[in-house]
Structure formats: structure tokens, C-alpha cells
Ligand binder design. Sequence first.
Ligand code: ZN
Ligand code: FE
Length: 257
Amino acid sequence: MAIIEVPQLADNFAYLIIDDATGEAGVVDCAEAAKVLAAVKRQNVKLTTVLSTHWHYDHVGGNKDLLATIPNLRIYGARAENGRIPGLTDPIDDGDEVRVGSLHGRAIGIPAHTNGHVAYYFPSLKAVFSGDTLFIAGCGRLFEGGAATMVKSLSKLAALPDDTRVYCGHEYTVKNLAFALTLEPGNRALAAKYQWAQRVRQEGKWTVPSTIGAEKQFNPFLRTDSPEIRANLAKVAPGLEDPVAIFAKIRELKDNY
Ligand code: ZN
Ligand code: FE
């Protein structure tokens, strides 16, 4: 089994999940079908499944074109986003099983960026596909849910095993890390990750995947209890104690960064 990154649009990722046992593949999110189909051909696999994380066009805009080439595709996506995910065949809810060939995964409902946003977790791959909810060193914008909803969604991902690899929807890492450093300049894991990410990008490579354990060390949206972050926030917004209020302030600062 393998996970293959397929760059899409300016900074999106689609991911091929390959099941060696059956030669079947699934794709997590697809904006540009031609690039996904080219990767499928290169890998010499049979694309049977689409796993859509949420309805935004940069994640599902290629579904129709995939269907035009492969009419019997199975397309998973949130029941709550039925009608907005093109070609949806298998509406899912939190906890539902998904399959790619003989690989078993499960949907984790993580609303806030969109109302029905789901992650796909494959324990046998030690991998979670987090869409636009958890980015490397960042999180998605709150388009359809509030701060409390996002905090709960992120905590569901943070509860996965530390060695779970995180495959997110966008290459936003360098900018996320630069912002994180404004709040936590003394965090050595964060500073090291920033140096690493800049070098990787200069080499034309991608910063995915991360891991859940690593994210807990430097992602400010998972670090609302950090004394350094709290002290720096207090300079601009004194008196915040509640983790949701702290999260909301960090999100607001990031929106304006
Ligand atoms: Zn999105
Ligand atoms: Fe997106």
C-alpha cells in the first residue's frame, strides 16, 4: 500500500491511496481530474473510489470529470453535504466505514470549516486525511461553524495515535509556521520545523505528511495551553482563560496575518 501526493491547482493536494492486494486505488479530494488520472496511469492501478473531505470546489471540482472517464466510481462524502458534492454515491456520517479495495478506513466528522467536513482515517496505513480542518501548523478557516465546533473537531484528530501521519488539503505550511512563531518564538520544535519547511519548499518538495504527535509540538491551534502563547496573547487580548476563547483569538490573528 502506498499514499501518493498529486498536486492540484495552486497549492491543493489530492492523494492516491493504493491497495496493493487488489490493485485498486482511491483518491482523496480531486480538483483536476486529468492530473489524478495521469497519476493513476503512472501507478498502474484501477481507480474505484473518491473520498471527498468537503464540498469546496478545490476539493470536489474534478469529480464530474472523473465520472465522465470512470462512470461506476464510488464517491464518498458527508451526508450533510449531499447535493453539494458532485456525483456523491455513498453519503456518510461520523464513524461510518469506508473502503478502498481491501483497505478499511473510517470517516471522522470534523465540522467547522464546512458544516459536514469529514476526515478519513486508515489505521492500517497510520494515516489521516484531514482536508481543510487540520493543516501542518495550522487549521482551516471557520466558514460554517464556530470556534467551539472547530476546537472539538481538532480534538478528535489530536486524539488519534501520535504516529498517525497527517495528509492535509493544502501546502500552507511555511506561512502557518511563520505565523506560529509570532506567538511562540521560544518553541524550539517550531523554529526547527520552520527552517526545515523553508528548505524543503526551496527544493521544490512538499511538506506533507506531518504526524499528530509533531502537530501537538508546534501547531498553535493545538497548543492553547502553552504558557508562551498565552503570555503573548495577553499582550493584545488580556484576560483570556477559556481554551475556546484562546483558540478564537489565535484564529482571528491568523485571519489577519
Ligand atoms: Zn475548503
Ligand atoms: Fe481548500
